[in-house]
Ligand binder design. Structure first.
Ligand SMILES: [Zn+2]
Length: 303
């Protein structure tokens, strides 16, 4: 009896399905009395709703999640680019509008771009360009580990072994890039002077000291020397391809050697902020002291 009645009910439902399904909704509002006959129909309706409910809910659940991210993402944007002086009330109202856009960019910039950008800016601001220039000048050098001892410090020192034209530094110099670049540029002038005044080629620079943690003129009570910052170099003499090496000490007036020494000392003032040598004072009687000390208004000391 039951299977028959169920079949009859189903058949009736199927037969009248298209007709009753549509009226089913309107009757609920307009004719509640017409619904009682469908009391046996509750079986079919439960099946369709169960499936759609499972399918439909996930969509709303996925969309609600984004709102939780925006607050963090919004801060990432603010840190990255936009400083927003707007009141908190307006910012909160605008936040939801920005939610759909925020999810995509935020994931990338927050950690990677922020730290990476800062690291790059802090790591090699000036030196990157300086190192490229030093390479183009033909210098041979290697980066060294940071140097420091008390107040002495050289955060990015270089070990320079040779300059343009294979001019050797004897011994190798420990200098920051700016001073190394000044030395490399000046060496090209020294080379030109060697060919002009001595008809010879410069092959080496004899150095007395570069990075040394000490006071000026080796006075422990004096202000720290620029040598304490890898910012200075002492040149003792010059080596040539054919003729004997020439010390910085004064040569007899009127000789090619004297002309050469005068020329290279004068040209050093165009590359270094400080140039001291024989005649300047007792401490520089046998070498040229060249450094890049910063002075007010860019003043130089060229003696
Ligand atoms: Zn010196």
């Amino acid at each position: 009896m039951r299977p028959v009645t169920v079949a009859c009910l189903l058949a009736a439902c199927l037969a009248s399905g298209p007709v009753s399904a549509e009226p089913a909704k309107p009757p609920a509002a307009t004719a509640p009395h017409g619904t009682p006959p469908h009391a046996t129909v509750p079986l079919p309706p439960p099946e369709p709703p169960a499936r759609p409910n499972d399918l439909s809910p996930p969509a709303p659940r996925v969309t609600p999640l984004p709102p939780e991210r925006p607050p963090e993402l919004a801060t990432g944007r603010e840190l990255a680019k936009e400083p927003e002086p707007k009141p908190a009330g307006e910012a909160a109202k605008e936040a939801p509008a920005a939610l759909p856009e925020a999810p995509l960019p935020p994931a990338r910039p927050p950690e990677l771009s922020g730290e990476a950008a800062l690291a790059l800016k802090v790591a090699a601001p000036d030196d990157a360009a300086c190192l490229r220039r030093l390479e183009r000048l033909g210098a041979r050098f290697e980066a060294m580990a940071p140097l420091g001892n008390g107040q002495c410090s050289a955060p990015r020192p270089l070990a320079i072994t040779a300059l343009a034209d294979g001019v050797a530094l004897e011994p190798a110099a420990t200098l920051n890039c700016r001073t190394a670049e000044a030395l490399a540029r000046w060496a090209t002038e020294v080379q030109a002077s060697a060919r002009k005044e001595l008809d010879d080629s410069l092959k080496s620079l004899s150095l007395g000291g570069t990075y040394v943690c000490r006071g000026q003129n080796h006075d422990t009570d004096a202000k720290l020397s620029e040598h304490s910052f890898a910012n200075a170099v002492d040149v003792m003499g010059y080596g040539f391809a054919k003729r004997p090496a020439l010390n910085v000490t004064a040569a007899p007036d009127g000789t090619p050697e004297a002309a050469f020494l005068a020329a290279v000392r004068a040209s050093a003032c165009g590359f270094f902020r400080t140039v001291l040598g024989p005649g300047s004072d007792a401490a520089h009687g046998n070498h040229l002291h060249l450094d890049e000390r910063e002075r007010n208004a860019g003043h130089r000391l060229c003696q």
